[in-house]
Design a protein around this ligand. Structure first.
Ligand code: SF4
Length: 477
């Protein structure tokens, strides 16, 4: 008796080593999400066509931002909405690669609306998968350009209205109206039959590229049970009964049999001409050391990281505010991960006596880690001799490195003992002031009343700061 075993496509990694944390077997997608199904269809097609090793997958910003954990292929993570531009560059430089631009509705139809139109209009020889789930999934369920009239989202709590937000954008129809695209189809992931049709469309889009036919665009109506607040079966049903009414399925354009293959490799410049073409004569590059001088004078480069809601970003803002009052140059930038699915939120703070070139903190002098994933993620980046301040009430295993200052602080416990776990970031601010010489406690105490205007909040935060200050001073001796 033969037993059919459904295994993972060879186009995926065996285990997802790039995924942070201990779970290296499962994807980060919510149960019932359509992304995993579409990933599977794409990679199976590539393996079947024997081009999996040639694929370069351009991930967008959105729930599929971490697709590079899974595809055993070339992966590039593009800026929000810019995947078609990146795909254009990659395909033109490497015409034999199979370039996939994979984008959600916020990414493709909102932020990247211009990018996709022009890539399609130029007829770039790429394959675009447009995942339309009528909502911004990653950032918590806001209205997308494809949200239906009447659909409730966090930014349209009473439902999208024609008067306020206009009609949902129908991307397949728009792309099909352009002359250059060779293949445009809309499919859905709702039941076995529709998934089989989607699988066929995926294969056709990739085959077109293998055959050098030009621009293919496949819009996929996909489930987002989390954003829609439904169970997985309800979400599939909603696609069939409602979403598809507004976004009719079908082939909107297919001229792939009528176009001649286009060999892009003929357009490639000879490698020896490239430096001249981009304005760099070989051997004449000079390194500008001005920025290195600035870097050497920077006093503190701080990264603060933790879960959303722990006051990570606020702590960074306060440090910048204090730095300004001390007449320093300051910068602060937040870095939002897809927190809904266990990523970290972090911010970068620079306090400097000299002008700041870039606000990015890649190698912090101080890391404030407010949860375990943050410590795991950034521990190795801290400069030798730098400090790691970590919340020992939430993190069981501290830093492993011996070449840094290890500063455990039970910040959350101290905050709870004071009656409000939210003040743990102020405890950490106090510790920073206590063990270092770059924050003057007097200045910090002048800034706290500006931040906390309500008397009861100011009182508890002043106590939290003083607790942290004492602890920081103890730790520094
Ligand atoms: S939020 Fe929606 S689109 Fe994002 S992973 Fe969850 S179900 Fe999928």
């Amino acid at each position: 008796m033969s037993v059919k075993i459904l295994g993972k496509s060879k186009g995926f990694y065996d285990t997802y080593e790039r995924r942070p944390g201990s779970n290296k077997e499962q994807t980060h997608y919510c149960p019932g999400c359509g992304h995993g199904i579409l990933h599977k269809m794409i990679t199976e097609a590539l393996v079947d066509f024997d081009v999996a090793e040639n694929m370069i997958f351009i991930s967008p910003v959105g729930c599929s931002v971490f697709a590079y954990y899974y595809f055993n292929a070339g992966n590039i993570q593009a800026a929000h909405g810019r995947a078609p531009a990146v795909a254009t560059g990659v395909k033109r430089a490497m015409p034999e690669s199979i370039v996939v631009s994979y984008q959600g509705d916020g990414d493709l139809a909102a932020i990247g609306g211009n990018e996709i139109l022009h890539a399609a209009n130029r007829g770039e020889s790429i394959t675009v998968f447009f995942v339309n789930n009528a909502i911004y999934g990653m950032t918590g369920g806001q209205m997308a350009p494809t949200t239906l009239i009447g659909q409730k989202t966090t930014t349209t709590p009473y439902g999208r209205t024609l008067k306020n937000e206009g009609y949902p954008i129908k991307m397949a129809e728009i792309i099909a109206s352009l002359e250059s695209p060779v293949y445009v189809e809309r499919v859905m992931l709702a039941d076995v039959r529709s998934k089989n049709a989607a699988r066929k469309a995926v294969r056709k889009g990739i085959k077109n590229q293998i055959e050098k036919k030009g621009f293919s665009f496949i819009e996929v109506l996909s489930t987002c049970p989390t954003g829609w607040k439904m169970s997985a079966p309800q979400a599939e049903e909603w696609i069939k009964t409602t979403l598809v009414e507004n976004f009719p399925l079908g082939v909107y354009k297919d001229i792939s049999d009528q176009v001649e293959p286009l060999d892009l490799s003929q357009n490639l410049a000879a490698p020896e001409r490239v430096p001249k073409l981009i304005g760099l004569e070989q051997g004449k590059m000079e390194f500008d050391t001005t920025s290195m001088k600035i870097a050497a004078e920077i006093d503190q480069e701080i990264k603060i990281a933790g879960f959303g809601g722990q006051g990570v970003l606020s702590l960074g803002v306060w440090l910048s505010e204090i730095g300004m009052r001390e007449d320093l140059e300051v910068s602060w930038i937040p870095s939002y991960g897809p927190e809904m699915r266990g990523g970290t939120a972090n911010c970068h703070v620079k306090l400097s006596r000299a002008s700041i070139g870039s606000p990015l903190v890649t190698y912090p002098t101080i890391l404030v880690a407010m949860n375990r994933p943050s410590l795991e993620k950034f521990e190795d980046d801290v400069v030798e001799g730098g400090a790691i301040v970590w919340d020992s009430a939430l993190i069981d295993n501290g830093p492993q490195r011996k070449d840094i200052q290890n500063i455990p602080v039970p910040a959350t416990q101290i905050a709870k003992d004071l009656g409000n776990s939210k003040v743990s970031n102020v405890v950490l601010l106090g510790v920073l002031a206590g063990f270092s010489d770059f924050l003057d406690p007097l200045v910090v105490q002048q800034v706290l009343p500006i931040i906390f205007k309500k008397k009861h909040l100011l009182e508890i935060n002043l106590v939290a700061f003083k607790k942290g200050l004492e602890l920081g001073r103890e730790l520094s001796t």
